[in-house]
Design a protein around this ligand. Structure first.
Ligand code: ASP
Length: 324
């Protein structure tokens, strides 16, 4: 009886201190980890959201880029971070494909994280260096098949969205290509611009301005419908790859054990950021839009991660792609 009472008192004290902490939170700079290199699409989304959330929370949110191994190095870092609300994690669809792609992961994508909310769904484009010898998707498919030993495909490593898109693309055309992995598609884009690699599939948040500026060529969009701001660009499904439909969803997380009042504060700040006219405008310029408020919530992202892990597992097993 005495022990039970003591335990209850200890629990109350812990709860009390978490509440007190949550009431004053945040009192210092917050770090948002992005598991890819600076200058890429995930980094771009994170910086826009972090700036606006920071304004709402009256504390700066800085971005730390922890790239490598398709986002799994950054995820492992967050899984081990202190659950105090000062480490956040902005990742994308790769958080749900990594558990099936990696034989060994240093974390559990569901149980090692608190979910805060979904952020945005971003279409991808197949893009190539400016002087790539194919004028449309039909020619690109023919060229790639005929030159499979010399064509190079850039991606951000096994587990990245560009890897996933490439994997689906190669499965659809029945051809394996030489892939060139980077720590993010920011640096991959630099090499595409410089002509060192031939093509890649990446979020519109990285490709739109380069395509509009005529610096790279676009061949198709990965979603079921065409992009409202680039109507002339066909979907991959229309261009000989039926059923192709991928959008890169992004979510915001904290380490497991981050107190619920803090998670709720962060979810509120995320919802405010997604209504910020500057964020909405920048997202629109880059070919995306914020998710509806009902999806920018902890329970919505939790359910989404689970459903996506279940969705990709059989597809990845069928493709037979694994990493150690
Ligand atoms: N777009 C990258 C990917 O392939 C990641 C990044 O650099 O943001 O997942």
């Amino acid at each position: 009886m005495k022990i039970t009472l003591m335990r209850a008192a200890a629990c109350l004290a812990l709860f009390g201190s978490a509440m007190a902490h949550a009431q004053t939170y945040p009192t210092k700079t917050i770090t948002m980890i992005v598991p890819f290199a600076a200058g890429g699409p995930t980094d771009t989304v994170a910086r826009l959201v972090a700036q606006s959330m920071g304004t709402k929370l009256k504390q700066q949110i800085i971005i730390e880029n922890v790239g490598g191994a398709g986002g799994t190095i950054g995820a492992a870092r967050v899984a081990k971070a202190a659950p105090d609300g000062y480490t956040l994690f902005l990742h994308h669809i790769g958080h749900s494909t990594a558990p099936s792609l990696y034989r060994k992961l240093a974390y559990n994508a569901q149980t090692d994280f608190e979910t805060i909310g979904l952020v945005t769904d971003v279409p991808m484009m197949i893009v190539a260096r400016k002087d790539f010898p194919a004028k449309d998707m039909k020619e690109l498919l023919a060229y790639v098949k005929a030159n499979k030993d010399k064509v190079t495909y850039a991606n951000a490593g096994v587990g990245s969205a560009s890897h996933l898109c490439g994997m689906l693309f190669m499965t659809a055309i029945g051809t394996d290509l030489t892939t060139v992995p980077y720590k993010g598609t920011g640096p991959a884009m630099n090499d595409l611009l410089g002509g060192q690699v031939d093509f890649m599939c990446d979020q519109t948040t990285n490709t739109t301005s380069q395509v509009k500026g005529g610096k790279i060529k676009a061949y198709g969009v990965t979603t079921k419908t065409r992009l409202p701001f680039m109507k002339e660009l066909p979907t991959l499904a229309e261009s000989g790859l039926p059923g192709f439909d991928v959008a890169v969803w992004h979510g915001l997380y904290a380490p497991k054990g981050t107190p619920k009042p803090i998670v709720d504060t962060l979810a509120g700040a995320l919802q405010t950021a997604l209504k910020d006219p500057t964020v909405k405008q920048r997202f629109a310029d880059l070919g995306t839009e914020p998710v509806a408020e009902s999806r920018a919530r902890p329970e919505a992202l939790r359910a989404h991660v689970k459903a996506e892990i279940e969705r990709w597992q059989p597809i990845i097993t069928k493709a037979g792609v694994y990493a150690d």
